[in-house]
Ligand binder design. Sequence first.
Ligand SMILES: *Cc1c(COP(=O)(O)O)cnc(C)c1O
Length: 446
Amino acid sequence: MVDPDPRRLIPRTDSLLCHPRLRRASEEFSEHVIRAVIHGVQDRARHGELAPEGVEAEVLAEIESLRPSSLRRVINGTGVIVHTNLGRAPLSPSARKAVAEAAGYVDVEMDLKTGRRSRRGEGARRALLAACPAAEDVLVVNNGAAALALAAAALVGHGEIVLSRGELVEIGAGFRLPELIESTGVRVREVGATNRTHLDDYASALAPAAGSEVGAVLKVHPSNYRVTGFTSAVPVAELARLCREHSLPLIVDVGSGLLAPEPALPEEPDLATALTEGADLVIASGDKLLGGPQAGLLLGKSAIIAKLARHPLARAVRTDKLTLAALEATLTSAEVPVTRALQADPETLRDRTERFASQLGVEVVPHDGRVGGGGGAGVELPGYAVRLPAGAAAALRTAEPSILTRTRHADSLLDLRCVPEAEEATVLAVVRGVLTRLRSPGTDQA
Ligand SMILES: *Cc1c(COP(=O)(O)O)cnc(C)c1O
């Protein structure tokens, strides 16, 4: 007799859990994850979206595709080097190795010779000091924003911090640095105008007056925009002289994290120059042009760093051991991917792109690379891209591995600047597959 209700034929959870492949998966994934997959497939069968006989195969397919993290690897074919939506800087091979090694127990806060507690992250601290000898001492925190909040809270407290109106930066996702600073209880004393701020503007704010509570002067590099035309800003050296006269600290937020001047980005400030010109404390991110992990770097005078390290907020923005490992390895790496992409020679890029394109029968077009969220606002890095049909973008984005391209007019442009040479063969195979599907009629894409 035929069962009137096919839902009764849906395999039960317990019997599915006995399948050898599910038992193997349960050594890697928690039982609630595996049960959730089973229940999801059973539900679809109950709603008639799937035949009961197909349940087991579907459960097995979904279990096979489980990954420990939902984050997926993406190949950056956009030519945008520090891509905020793709996690900013990709780590160097040695930084990746250091992260893997630090994942277990490590001596992050212990001197193994004496068995005593040691200063946390001493290796990363030494590497930063070696990379930037202009600094007396350094402190590493969770990110650039945390570094700025800590500096304001520890050095200014309930007083005021002086900041030019041309430097009231919104860093992204609606977050504004002045609001971040004010959230610590520090008041921002704006000086100058949007396009022009002069030394006199700072001097009047610092002039002794009844009730004046200025605790520091802050200079912020506008990383993601440029004010052009009738403009003027006060150089670090002049501000430093003024601050010294008033015995006030000068904090410079350079944003990008360049250790030294970078010829490819002549207008980008760097940590060493800001310190040499007299900044008492400089702040930068670790995952922009430095090419390392997400981190906030604070470099400067020993007394100031000591004050920051003692502040209660320092503990709230403390760096994780994986970050410390990656940062130290980044600073000791021969070359990091960000620098390689930034300094890529246009002729070499053209040869590479032409070789790639000729294997697919597609065209090469000029395409400027960008620094992206890491700085270098408005800077165009001359380069090339492979021109693909518009329909390729979505297919490549959802491929395995995912490849992100740049859309220009009706084209999808694939720029090899940020694609490691070792991954070129993989990219070629994925693009070839996508183009074949787009070109052959009768498929869903045609
Ligand atoms: C990026 C940036 C920040 C914020 O740094 P995060 O590491 O993103 O927190 C602060 N100031 C400037 C000038 C920046 O460019």
